[in-house]
Write a protein that binds this ligand. Structure first.
Ligand code: T5A
Length: 255
């Protein structure tokens, strides 16, 4: 997706929600021991071309009027790499490096971690602490899929680095847009591949298989991305409603 086409860090205010209790226990699904700011952090994951950008834009338009967000909460949309000014510079280095400047696998991992550390510190955590919602195109799952399963870097090393970069912050909900690799390649058509996309078919197959493994291990919400974009949106909306409803039930049980 062209940088100029993507609205970065846009904010939208939520409409009055139908059930204020539905979101009163934000952060319940983050890992035990992690600091849980009051906002909501929703991430879209999947292979290149699975439709994340398309769905991010559709959900950006829908969420503020969905009744799911608390009154006054803002919706912020972002992406990785590139959710901050530093991140945009890192994104260029990662995806379109000058001749001779392509990072080795370890450097690539560290650059994605640097992008994420800045993104969490400057954008995501402040928004969540203010009670706002963040909808993000890719997060830690992408590093495990691409640098772990794709490049073959040790997953334990990646997990340790992630903990450092994010301070333990994890998404409340991850929507995994599952699409067969061949279909994603077809959808991307003649578009020029960036450095990661150009890493070869075997690499992309390992990444796709890695996403499937991570989705099982991390209880991500699977969305069938082979459907029309309208149907995919409806599945994402249903998952978000379900997530909010589960929070409401949990809240009543705790209360
Ligand atoms: N990366 C990222 C790492 O290696 N490690 C990390 O830690 C992180 C965070 C980012 C690259 O960096 C790598 C992964 C990536 O290779 P990017 O440009 O942000 O680069 O790449 P993508 O996230 O893959 O973005 P894309 O724009 O390529 O793919 P999207 O956003 O998933 O797909 P989208 O919405 O642009 O759709 C692609 C095409 O399909 C059509 C769209 O119109 C578009 O033409 N489409 C559909 N067609 C039919 N049916 C549908 N349901 C459709 N939905 C969309």
């Amino acid at each position: 997706m062209n940088q100029a086409e993507r609205p970065e860090g846009q904010e939208f205010r939520g409409a009055p929600q139908q059930d204020p209790a539905a979101l009163s226990h934000a952060g319940q699904e983050r890992s035990a021991g992690a600091v849980t700011p009051p906002g909501r952090f929703v991430v879209l994951e999947g292979i290149d071309g699975c439709g994340k950008t398309t769905q991010l834009e559709r959900l950006r338009q829908w969420l503020p009027t969905s009744g799911l967000m608390p009154p006054g909460a803002r919706l912020l949309t972002s992406r990785e790499p590139g959710g901050t000014p530093l991140g945009q510079a890192l994104r260029e280095l990662l995806l379109h490096p000058p001749a001779g400047a392509a990072p080795c696998s370890d450097a690539e991992l560290l650059l994605y971690a640097a992008d994420r550390a800045q993104h969490v510190a400057q954008v995501i955590r402040p928004a969540l602490e203010a009670g706002d919602w963040v909808l993000c195109d890719r997060f830690s799952g992408s590093t495990a899929a691409y640098q772990g399963y794709g490049r073959g870097l040790p997953l334990e090393r990646i997990a340790a680095l992630e903990g450092f970069a994010t301070g333990g912050l994890e998404p409340d909900l991850t929507l995994w847009l599952e699409l067969p690799l061949e279909e994603s390649l077809r959808r991307r058509g003649g578009r020029a591949a960036d450095r990661i996309e150009a890493s070869g078919h075997d690499f992309l197959e390992r990444v796709a298989a890695g996403f499937a493994t991570l989705a099982r291990q991390r209880s991500w919400q699977r969305v069938d991305a082979r459907q029309s974009s309208e149907m995919v949106t409806q599945e994402c909306q249903a998952a978000l409603r379900c997530h909010a409803a589960a929070g409401a039930v949990q809240g009543r049980a705790d209360g």
